[in-house]
Design a protein around this ligand. Structure first.
Ligand code: PMP
Length: 314
């Protein structure tokens, strides 16, 4: 099965390290029964100065925002979890990895008021290549517009990265894969482009880099923010706007952004070829700068890297 997780040795649980295989939760925990779990997806890259975690503080801020929205205060401060991420990378001897902090409701009550169920905090890590496939960064991916929509903003709060929301993501992804595509792009409840199952989406038209507004139907991606910054720095005008479905088909270039997917070109949508059918020049210029910064090969003018060796200092 593609993308199967390669186990690492240790998982951080509530301030201690436990063996990977011991990181179990009860069948009747709120997290298992009802998807009551907040999580983040963060990358640590191998750099010339050793492993470095990308935009760690921003990911932890989103984690704490998600916890606030779902009234699940973790028993640890952002600083403690920042240190836990560094410690877990070090303990598992990773040069590069994916980092998954999770705050979940354990076993306690079955009430829809989960207050009686304890909150447990974990940090897991594993080695992971590009989520959309080894060649995706170079060759681009074939995608479809999903028949599933993203939720109405007042159904699921999309600023929260909550496990339950990802049932929708699984429907989008499974349908796409079963129909021979790598990924699906979902529309929002208003019929306009929202995002992929686990990525934000960008298009390029006449040299302008365009992405849908954060309209409450999509996640506020940290890679999305990086791309808006990098595109501006490279001198491309950027625009956040309403994106009708048909503008996907007529775009000069299209690409996904995400921590796991990085900056992945889209070469077709619903079998309509985009541009030359591979990464376009603006996509590739942004991708090159993004990957150069995350891997520490280019200067990091924004202070996005947090070096594991120095515990994030300097
Ligand atoms: N949208 C969804 C639904 C996601 O799961 C992700 C991945 N976290 C993204 C967008 C991209 O967010 P980021 O760039 O912060 O990884």
């Amino acid at each position: 099965m593609a993308n199967q997780l390669p186990a690492s040795s240790w998982i951080w649980k509530e301030g201690e390290f436990i063996a990977w295989e011991d990181a179990t939760v009860h069948l009747l925990s709120m997290a298992v029964q009802f998807g009551t779990s907040i999580f983040e997806g963060i990358r640590c890259y191998s750099t010339p100065r050793g492993p470095a975690i990308f935009r760690l503080k921003d990911h932890l801020r989103r984690l704490f925002d998600s916890c606030t929205i779902y009234r699940m205060p973790p028993g640890f401060s952002p600083e403690e979890l920042r240190k836990a991420c560094h410690d877990t990378v070090r303990k598992n001897d990773h040069q590069s990895c994916y980092i998954r902090p999770m705050v979940l409701r354990g076993f306690g009550s079955a009430s829809m008021h989960p207050g009686a169920s304890p909150i447990e905090t974990f940090v897991a890590t594993w080695d992971w290549g590009n989520y959309l496939g080894e060649d995706a960064l170079k060759d681009g991916v074939d995608v479809c517009v999903s028949s599933w929509n993203r939720a109405h903003p007042n159904t699921f709060p999309q600023a929260a990265k909550s496990a339950g929301h990802y049932n929708n993501a699984q429907l989008i992804k499974m349908e796409a894969v079963e129909n021979g595509y790598v990924e699906g792009i979902a529309l929002g409840p208003g019929g306009l482009v929202s995002e992929g199952s686990g990525q934000n989406v960008f298009l390029v038209r006449d040299g302008v880099v365009i992405t849908p507004f954060l309209d409450g139907t999509s996640l506020s991606g940290i890679t999305r923010d990086c791309v808006l910054t990098i595109a501006t720095e490279l001198g491309f005008p950027v625009r956040e706007q309403l994106v009708p479905r048909e503008s996907l088909y007529t775009a000069d270039e299209l690409f996904f952004t995400g921590t796991a997917s990085e900056v992945t070109p889209i070469r077709s949508v619903d079998r309509v070829q985009i541009g030359e059918g591979a990464g376009g020049p603006i996509t590739l210029a942004i991708q090159e700068r993004y990957l150069g910064i995350v891997k520490g090969e280019l200067e990091d003018p924004y202070g996005w890297l947090s070096y594991v060796e120095s515990d994030g200092e300097g």
